[in-house]
Design a protein around this ligand. Sequence first.
Ligand code: NAP
Length: 263
Amino acid sequence: MTQSKGYALITGASSGIGATYADRLARQGYDLILVARNQHRLERLATQLNADTQRDIQVVVADLNLPADLARIEQILHDDSRISLLVNNAGIGATAPLLDSDADKMEAMILLNVLALTRLAKAAATNFVAQGRGTLINIGSIVAVAPKLLNGVYGGTKAFVQAFSESLEHELSDKGVRVQVVLPGATATEFWDVAGLPVSNLPETMVMTAQNLVDAALAGLAQGEKVTIPSLPDSLDWDAYETARLALGPNLSHRSPAPRYGV
Ligand code: NAP
């Protein structure tokens, strides 16, 4: 067995993209801490990955929408210096328009996709900066840049993940900590069932497997990408988008309103 690369804590590891990160990271030599609500699924995955890779695979059952559970995971991320990687992946989506959506479900989505992700990132970042090393992977979505595609609250949560990740990358890069935000397109997981539109309703040509998605995202990480869009054929398109955004910079804050407002 190769020497451990440290522990990776993965939220939402019981299925889909998170479970695939667990598989790939164990095979890369990480020991794992798997977090989600479904204990049976987590334990089954842990047993299988331990048998396949001989890595230490721990299971921590937590509902990240419950403050006490969230605090428990924050504590682990803050205190355990063996952790060198956080995959902030747990998230839920929605496909219905806002007016057809339940406000309590929207709130639960914001709490998981935004609040829990933020608190866990802060806890891990504090730990990683103290160690002078560490990697934070936040799972966003392409709806961050295409907010009209699905439910607007979901798009808003993922726009938060992207903006927050880019800011965090800026804040932490000179402290030895890497931050990558991954923007998956449609990926064949249970996400779509939870979101109210089974993935079989989407054209096959736009749906990636979780395996390809995670392999591409990890390749992007190895290549030093800060923003990874696994589907995007030409990374120059993203660079052009960024260049256009940055060009706004000098004009985003002036003493006077723009002349077209006639103020
Ligand atoms: P998934 O298979 O439904 O996985 C979601 C994971 O989050 C599960 O492990 C689930 O486990 C966990 N989870 C849900 N609520 C939780 C809670 N309250 N506390 C703790 N864990 C919770 O879907 P996925 O596609 O892999 O989604 C992973 C991430 O990818 C999400 O952030 C999603 O927004 C993002 N994403 C997905 C797609 C896509 O097309 N699939 C596209 C773009 C972005 P338990 O039920 O066991 O708690």
